[in-house]
Design a protein around this ligand. Sequence first.
Ligand code: GDP
Ligand code: MG
Length: 288
Amino acid sequence: MKSGIVVLAGRSNVGKSTLLNALVGTKIAITSPKPQTTRTAIRGILNDPRGQIVFVDSPGIFESAHDPLTRAVNETARAALSGVDAICYVVDPTRTIGTEEHRIHTLLRNSTAKKVLVRNKTDLPERERPHLAAYHDLVFGSGDATFIGEVDVSALEGKHLKLLVDLLFDALPEGEPLYDTHQLGDIPQRFWIAELIREKVFLTMHQEVPYAVTVDVDEVAMRENGDIFVAARIVTTNDRYRKMLIGAGAQRVKQIGQMVRKELELATSKRAYIELRVVTDAKWKNRL
Ligand code: GDP
Ligand code: MG
């Protein structure tokens, strides 16, 4: 059996979250037109007769270097890459290679992990992907032996993902599964639920509550009859946002709870109960 951790690396909007969802078959990562809606690392597990792949999407880590914190961003990205077994370098051939892409490529070159170049969005006509060859040349033109292959996929339509998974299994070491698959199948993971709630907060609040929101999931339990019970807090940095999140007659938070419940029920085929509270904690940003 093989097993290992595979990081999805690449610029913002290349399709990493879409790819993760397509690879593991459930909606685990959030895809959103708003950048960095996901802040924590998202894991998705793929089980196969050959073994287990744990995919890690680290939103924001490879993506935001337009600030004085570039060095810190690079450090975080480097840390995220250490100790992983393989890396999918996801690129978007509809977009030109720019400074940020070069920065990410350089970061990846410095890692000894085995890598696969993933040119996404093959569902689009070739004339809309004029930079296809440029990405190949970027990676293979300089003779980087850690790149073991290249594959053109459509994360959106789920095309050629099998080829990618085959390449990754080739790259992974022998080992026992890292995650207990039985447990994962039964009860949805806290991080996944937290991200789901965050997504619904963003959808409901539009631009009004910028990024001053985090979610703490206090309890995920399965009742004897199989129903899922979730207790969570939406934590915001200031009281004004708290009031907006609750809404008149608590109608906002109810709406958020309903959307979360529906999606959770869809994903698990079980009945779900969501207990949501909105609280203020001016210091939550410091906790990160
Ligand atoms: P991330 O920022 O790298 O995680 O990118 P997302 O997964 O959030 O995707 C960014 C945008 O690209 C979304 O609008 C996706 O629907 C779109 N997208 C992702 N994969 C594909 C693909 O294979 N084909 C097309 N046409 N669009 C895609
Ligand atoms: Mg993403």
